[in-house]
Design a protein around this ligand. Structure first.
Ligand code: DHB
Length: 333
């Protein structure tokens, strides 16, 4: 605590963030699907020190996912088509939730479904075991489902219906949206209208890889979702434009963040919290490292309370660090 009784980190920066009704000690989370079903990353650092951990999307039923290969590296990132493999909500509650609870990890559960009813069922099953779970993230944007459904968040009405259907869960809800549509703002509005506390932006970008020597698709599922540094400008722009259009919206920014500077840029674009995903594959400690880098960066830039600078860029506001600080930091680039 500092003199004013605020919770601060080692650099004396107040990193707390408010996501509608959800208050977190700091804005750094893991991204769904990139840190396992439960506390798998606990071998690398204390997961309870993150703002929250978002677990891999769970459905109401066990699901085998797509055939391999499921991942392929791409310059600046990777393509994946895991196909939402998972143990199903009942299995997940038994197998993974106890480890998260034991470690006092603030857990956000991501859910998916092929129909509105399947989303409702997943949230109903979760609602029986809410201890330790701070929010629900609704993955309405998986690119790898070959079902009757299109990507839900490409449709205003489908998104509204899913968010309405999971409302009874009674914890804050965040809709994870796709960047692969021109309707991001309309879909976000529908999600808020239907009772979401905010949106997570962006999910992976639709992509594909083809072996030029054989014409074979390089992922077993056909197409895939592109993630990693390559998509950072796409994510940044999506967040900036949404925050500019709806200044009061709560956004969790995600896409290609691998340093504290990336995280701060996303916060300045309009994100009240950020998620770290693909960076974790090459550096399992990345979320914790980024949290440290972010707070050190704030300290050097004279940002005493991080929440003050959320959305500075779309508001046209500037940070004004000391001239020497700025030139030192530029030299470090
Ligand atoms: C999967 C789900 C996603 O939401 C995503 O962006 C990429 C992959 C999957 O499990 O296939």
């Amino acid at each position: 605590m500092n003199k004013r009784g605020r919770k601060t980190d080692q650099f004396g920066v107040d990193l707390r963030t408010k996501l509608g009704p959800l208050e977190l000690d700091n804005p750094v989370m893991t991204a769904a699907g990139t840190s396992g079903h439960g506390a798998e990353l606990a071998a690398f650092f204390d997961l309870s020190e993150l703002g929250a951990v978002v677990v891999k999307s769970v459905s109401a039923f066990p699901w085998p996912g797509n055939p391999g290969p499921r991942l392929t590296p791409i310059p600046g990132g990777m393509l994946n088509s895991v196909g939402l493999a998972g143990p199903g909500m009942e299995g997940w509650l038994k197998e993974y939730l106890p480890g998260l609870r034991r470690r006092r990890i603030k857990t956000i559960v991501s859910i998916w479904g092929r129909t509105v009813e399947e989303y409702a069922r997943a949230s109903e099953l979760l609602a029986t075991e809410l201890d330790g779970i701070v929010a629900l993230e609704v993955n309405v944007s998986c690119p790898n489902l070959k079902a009757k459904s299109e990507i839900f968040s490409h449709s205003v009405e489908a998104t509204r219906a899913v968010i309405e259907a999971v409302q009874p869960v009674g914890i804050p809800i965040f809709a994870k949206l796709s960047p692969n549509t021109h309707l991001v703002a309309e879909v976000a509005e529908a999600a808020l209208d239907a009772g979401a506390s905010g949106v997570t932006l962006i999910n992976t970008v639709l992509g594909m890889s083809i072996d030029p020597l054989t014409a074979e698709l390089e992922l077993g599922g056909g197409g895939g979702g592109l993630s990693g540094r390559a998509i950072r400008p796409i994510a940044l722009r999506a967040v900036y434009e949404l925050k500019k259009r709806i200044p009061e919206i709560v956004i969790i920014g995600v896409g290609g963040i691998s340093t504290g500077r990336d995280a701060l840029a996303m916060i300045l674009a309009g994100a009240s919290a950020i998620q770290v995903g693909t960076a974790t594959f090459s550096d399992p400690k990345a979320p914790m490292r980024i949290l440290g880098e972010l707070s050190e960066l704030c300290e050097r830039l004279g940002i005493a309370r991080l929440s003050d600078v959320v959305g500075y860029a779309p508001k046209g506001m500037k940070i004004t660090p000391a001239v020497e600080t700025l030139s030192d930091m530029k030299a470090e680039d």
